[in-house]
Design a protein around this ligand. Structure first.
Ligand SMILES: [Zn+2]
Length: 536
């Protein structure tokens, strides 16, 4: 049977600014990642073109793609007025002569206005010839916000036949994005940063398939994360084919379609199952980090997150084979811890086999600690500790937290620790003061910098573990953790239903580590941590 072709619309070559020395970047590594993840082709631009000299980077990327049939060249353009690049039609002719299939623009970084006066001749020529323009629209990071939301409508109106591909749109941005997608059929986007819960299924229903693309943001992000998101989406294979590659093949007018990979011979069962989009059903899989909405309610001010109550989380996690999800309620960490603990308790009542609960207590409000602890752990059967500095602003080593951590220590509980302003020092103190609490450091995979700090703590304290989840799905960071501290110290978590769990799972399932390491991270380690709770 012919493979579903995966063609990545968002990848770049050459080192990028701010790259950690450990972060892999070479073309050889890109090609081997693509093979492991079964990604057949990638549209690539040069980071050198983005960050220094487009003309040099463009030439290099063209040479590279001539040698590697799985890579498809994308050039970076500047306006022509200063004679740095040819004017519109001539530039496009140079692209065609070199087999270049798309143009990426960085208006803010390259200091020009994205309007007709400045770059209109190029946009007009691209519209004429039918090749797409790519622009970063991240969300938080200024470096990946090259177009404002307000600019997108006028651009798509002014050039109604120009295909505009947005890179890096994040999951918080659905309310900005969807009305634009609905109005402008010439607007496209990819999911590397948009890991919204069930977003693929939702958008397919809402706007159809034609505007949805597969993108990874290689080499910064794990390509396996983006690949799994499309693979496991609850849509038919005919739909999957379009999002995975056919839409981009159409947009690029691609004639030489990258070839299939040889049949699967890996002995890694987790990798085999991921490639076939099957759930991991031969072991107990535990998601250590998740949040639920109130039963029957899914609206949330942070982001659009459909089906985010316990029923929705349990059902979504079943697609990848997660048996147990460890949850805290949104409202519990956000405003009303009492109501939050009731919601978590209800989730345990409704899904006793699938949900383990974190207690959420705000020391600013707790009056009677022994009554609260009894309610949470005896009456509600919660097991975890989930303090949350971003909302209550209390350092974790404050005496205000003492009764809770003391209780956790006495009963061997586990605590999921989100960053605070002085996180390393606070954790150092807690880890040695409460050796019987298993501390899971949340979001250890966010960046190499964070990972290295967390790894140091996990190396130093036997009760400290690194939980991975983050939107950045930083490429090869899990491999690094496993090398440094062993897979026994690494824990799988997804932060669903804020993010969809599938990309986080794909990040791990496609990691270049052994099957046994993956199984430790996916569930065996967390099982041991859970079994310690209330043990003698
Ligand atoms: Zn979280």
């Amino acid at each position: 049977m012919q493979q579903i072709k995966y063609i990545d619309c968002f990848a770049s070559v050459d080192r990028w600014s701010g790259k950690d020395s450990e972060a892999p970047w070479t073309v050889e590594k890109m090609l081997s990642d693509m093979e492991r993840c079964r990604i057949h082709g990638a549209l690539v631009y040069s980071n050198f073109a983005k960050e220094l000299q487009p003309s040099v980077g463009n030439r290099l990327v063209s040479e590279l793609c001539r040698k590697n049939p799985r890579l498809i060249p994308c050039w970076v353009a500047l306006p022509h007025h200063c004679n740095e690049m040819s004017e519109g039609a001539k530039f496009v002719q140079e692209m065609l002569d070199n087999g270049v299939k798309a143009v990426k623009l960085f208006p803010k970084m390259h200091r020009y206005l994205l309007n007709e006066r400045t770059i209109g001749s190029l946009l007009g020529a691209l519209q004429e010839i039918g090749l797409p323009v790519l622009i970063d629209r991240g969300e938080h990071e200024p470096s990946v916000q090259q177009i404002d939301w307000e600019e997108i409508g006028p651009l798509c109106t002014k050039y109604p036949k120009l295909n505009v591909i947005l890179h890096g749109v994040r999951w918080e941005a659905t309310r900005y994005l969807l009305p634009l997608l609905q109005q402008f059929p010439n607007l496209y986007f990819e999911f590397s940063n948009h890991q919204g819960n069930r977003i693929i299924e939702f958008l397919v229903e809402k706007i159809g398939l034609d505007q949805l693309l597969f993108g990874t943001q290689m080499m910064e992000k794990s390509p396996g994360a983006a690949k799994a998101f499309i693979d496991y989406a609850n849509i038919g294979d005919e739909h999957r084919r379009k999002i995975a590659g056919e839409n981009l093949i159409r947009l690029l007018k691609l004639e030489n379609i990258p070839s299939d990979y040889p049949d699967d011979h890996t002995e890694d069962i987790i990798l085999q199952k991921a490639r076939k989009a099957e759930p991991i059903d031969d072991m107990e899989v535990i998601d250590a980090h998740a949040h639920i909405s109130e039963k029957g309610h899914s609206d949330n001010i942070i982001a659009f997150m459909p089906n985010s109550d316990a029923a929705g989380v349990v059902e979504r996690n079943r697609r990848i084979g997660v048996d147990i999800t460890c949850v805290s309620s949104w409202i519990g960490i956000w405003t009303d811890y009492k109501r939050g603990n009731q919601i978590t308790h209800q989730a345990i009542v409704d899904f006793p086999q699938n949900i383990i609960g974190y207690a959420t207590l705000d020391p600013n409000d707790v009056q009677d600690w022994s009554a609260e602890l009894k309610r949470c752990y005896e009456d509600y059967s919660l097991k975890g500790i989930k303090p949350y500095f971003p909302r209550n602003r209390i350092p974790y080593n404050s005496s205000k937290y003492e009764p809770w951590f003391k209780y956790g220590h006495d009963y061997h509980l586990f605590a999921l620790m989100h960053f605070s302003d002085n996180f390393m020092a606070e954790m150092e103190e807690l880890a040695s003061k409460y050796p019987e609490i298993s501390f899971l450091l949340a979001h250890s995979g966010m960046t190499y910098e964070t990972m290295k700090k967390h790894v140091e703590l996990a190396r130093k304290f036997k009760n400290v573990f690194c939980e991975i989840t983050y939107t950045s799905v930083t490429n090869a960071v899990i491999e690094h953790m496993v090398r440094e501290i062993g897979s026994e110290k690494v824990i799988y978590g997804s932060d669903t239903a804020m993010r969809d769990p599938i990309p986080q799972f794909g990040w791990l399932a496609y990691a270049d580590i052994s099957e046994s390491d993956k199984r430790n991270i996916l569930g065996r380690n967390m099982r041991k941590i859970i079994d310690r709770c209330f043990s003698k």
